[in-house]
Write a protein of this length. Structure first.
Lengths: 244, 244
DNA sequence: GCCCAATCCTTACTTATGTTATTCTCACGT
DNA sequence: ACGTGAGAATAACATAAGTAAGGATTGGGC
């Protein structure tokens, strides 16, 4: 299995053989973690950078009233904040949704590699900025769109991101999220997520079963979502992965 | 009038005299811009970094259906993304709400200063990461809280941020936002913002008049918002500006 | 001092989404 | 095979927030 980080960064910038080896090197210390574990909790200050190689992770905050809001999903190739050590403490929690393979990279290693490989440094910054851009788009999504459009938009985004790391064939990919988790992501209740998914199924846009999403009518899904992939900043190689 | 950026960064880190002068130097090229102008539009690729010295700015995205969502407010001392040049194009627009004084800093100047002054580099990263943390909190705000709590939370945040740059005395500060703009920020209609403000006034939490917000019952406002300022990462000097 | 436009406020009515509760369906462990 | 529990699916009902439209204020430009 190819290295997801390598694959992701390559879609942004051409890497030399040395760059590639350096990236492989970063992933050398791997651990496997069971589902539902937290990697870093709100209030803590991690010493390492985590890189997800396999499985799904997520960022979330808990509210005093027991609510939870999911802030981001991490798929293979995604890094947690490479500059977290500048801040005193985490303001949210980073957890795993599925069993996962995680590379643990000590701060110094990352800094050293970024120092020696300017292209990697640039690519890592790109990845960080894209994460932030995704956050902005989620804000728009929740703020401005109704439940149906919102879910459609999320599915389009996850589809594109999974494709970018080679984890979606055609319109089908792993989506290990419960309706409750989808609700906590979109600011909806699980009940309403269910209603909305029924409708999307009835209208033959998607199939969602046994933790896999199949997009059955991509053009219409993209259209109803008003999905514009520019915020993912896949520009350079985006041609390869055109929407249709 | 003191330099707002200097003031903000000082609340995070102790700066040397040299650092201070370097920061002052960054602000040397100033322009004044009239209200409602855009500084950088979606799709463009700016060459300079903008620093807001006076007035209010905001980031927003327009939707195909004519909707608008406001992603962030910029108050004096705030910078626009110092690494925007890594991405090919802006995925949102940066505009001004009021007449403003803006410092224009060429990329190279910023890079040069960051290179020569590691403390400034660190402080600028801190500012960037805080901006992102604010984005996350906004997502939670819109996703999980009702209109009343949402507005209360926004007011708490803006109050804290204005205080951090010395622009709020007691519970009063400039808030040049129309109800429509508040709505586009919180994912609400102007009508509902109005209703909600009425209620907040009736319950004596705030006064909002002639573009100024006065917080009349801070403890209750903070409590109803469930406001936890940790995400603003004001840790070091936060003691000075305790909530109550 | 007066006009115009923007902002604000208000009302009556509609609707999307939340709430609560019950049943259904598997996957899994013993 | 059997029970258990998490997740999914429904249903009836409640409510927060949206819509549309009009009137009241305000403040800046002449």
């Amino acid at each position: 299995m190819p290295n997801a980080l390598l694959r992701k960064l390559s879609s942004f910038i051409d890497l030399s053989e040395g760059d590639r080896q350096a990236i492989e090197g970063l992933c050398s210390h791997r651990i496997t973690v069971e589902a539902k574990r937290n990697l870093v909790r709100e209030g803590e200050r991690p010493n390492d950078v985590y890189l997800l190689l396999d499985g799904w992770g997520y960022r979330y905050k808990l509210l005093p009233d027991g609510g939870r809001h999911i802030l981001a999903y991490l798929i293979p190739g995604d890094l947690c904040d490479i500059h977290i050590f500048i801040l005193k403490t985490m303001d949210h929690t980073l957890g795993l949704l599925t069993p996962a393979t995680v590379a643990i990279i000590p701060q110094e290693r990352i800094l050293e590699v970024m120092d020696k490989h300017p292209r990697i440094e640039r690519a890592l910054w790109w990845a960080t900025l894209v994460d932030e851009a995704v956050l902005r788009e989620w804000l728009v999504n929740i703020g401005q769109r109704d439940a149906y459009t919102r879910l459609a938009h999320l599915f389009c985004e996850l589809w594109m991101r999974m494709r970018a790391v080679g984890l979606a064939d055609e319109g089908r990919f792993s989506l290990p999220l419960t309706q409750e988790e989808l609700g906590d992501t979109m600011g909806l209740t699980a009940v309403h997520v269910n209603r909305t998914l029924q409708r999307m199924r009835a209208e033959k846009l998607i199939m969602l079963e046994s933790r896999h999403l199949t997009i059955t009518d991509a053009p219409r899904l993209v259209e109803t979502a008003g999905f514009e992939p520019n915020y993912l900043h896949l520009d350079r190689r985006a041609e390869i992965a055109k929407l249709r």
